[in-house]
Design a protein around this ligand. Structure first.
Ligand SMILES: [Zn+2]
Ligand SMILES: [Zn+2]
Length: 303
């Protein structure tokens, strides 16, 4: 699996025996990302056997405790386990102050660097990019400034048809051009089409994370066409009033976003502790968008 998401916590503000606060592990072509870090995330990472020292970056959507109260604990454990590799933390500006203060009061000195990348309240755009993936952030609609994130793989290289290439008379220095879809010329000046020696690149995938938020039209353009969308669905229809007061979504609204953005599949989570199960959410979501599923802790979603 080269790109997958594992749900670590799919509950909302009040943890229950069934659900932890928000956190997800995202693996993409050897990049290891953590999306939000609610209480007990480090324990969930251990239970799910995710190697915490491999984490490259942590993204924090907003400063409600159920999305970051596990952060200082995780950072401390990384230190105790001998981490030396820096870690990047993307989130609101105040997060740096909070983390520094907590560490300072405890007299804790980490043996590795925390690289804070502030996301301004109004910022929308690319926050992380390397040669295989681009991560963009966008504003959600919640009680305090909150951001969603979308992870999009970049165009992949074509793969080489080795046996055909061997008999081509071309040099191995020309392989990168062929893989990038460029024709090449051999020593005799003869032109060779890249199509003859390579096959189509593997498809690229994309994943979007939207929590916490009321229904927001702005989200649609940012997540258009993603393969998998995680969207919060804190409430069902009968608690619609409560969802308006708290700026959260109902299952119907999450499914509407999925439908309007033409995504592949919807996984919904952040269910209020008032519900014992997700049956009603599922009914309401599927009435709008049939490819809707409950995000279950521990489940791995392959893209
Ligand atoms: Zn929340
Ligand atoms: Zn919140």
């Amino acid at each position: 699996m080269s790109f997958y998401v594992q749900f670590l916590g799919t509950g909302s503000a009040l943890p229950t025996a069934r659900q932890h606060p928000t956190s997800q592990y995202i693996f993409c072509q050897n990049r290891h990302f953590l999306m939000d870090c609610g209480e007990a995330t480090q324990i969930q990472l251990r239970i799910r056997k995710v190697k915490i020292q491999k984490l490259d970056a942590i993204f924090i959507s907003h400063l409600h405790g159920d999305h970051y109260f596990g952060l200082v604990g995780l950072l401390s454990s990384m230190h105790l386990l001998g981490r030396k590799k820096p870690i990047a933390i993307y989130g609101p500006e105040l997060l740096q102050k909070i983390v520094r203060l907590q560490l300072e009061i405890a007299g804790a000195r980490l043996a590795y660097d925390l690289i804070f990348q502030h996301i301004a309240d109004d910022f929308e755009g690319v926050v992380y990019e390397d040669n295989v993936i681009k991560v963009s952030t966008f504003k959600l609609k919640h009680k305090i400034p909150t951001h969603g994130f979308v992870f999009r793989e970049k165009e992949k290289e074509r793969s080489l048809l080795v046996e055909k290439f061997k008999t081509s008379g071309l040099s191995i220095q020309q392989i990168p051009d062929l893989k990038r879809g460029k024709d090449v010329v051999d020593e005799k000046g003869e032109r060779h089409s890249f199509k003859k020696y390579t096959r189509k690149p593997k498809p690229r995938f994309s994943y979007a994370f939207c929590s916490d938020t009321a229904y927001s039209k702005n989200t649609i353009k940012w997540i258009k066409g993603v393969d998998v969308l995680y969207h919060e669905a804190t409430f069902t229809k009968k608690d619609k009033e409560r969802s308006v007061q708290t700026k959260h979504s109902t299952a119907t609204e999450a499914a509407t976003v999925a439908k309007e953005a033409e995504v592949g599949r919807l996984y919904f989570g952040h269910l209020s502790a008032r519900y014992d199960n997700a049956n009603q959410h599922l009914l309401e979501a599927r009435a709008i968008f049939p490819e809707s599923f409950e995000a279950v802790e521990g489940d791995v979603v392959k893209l």
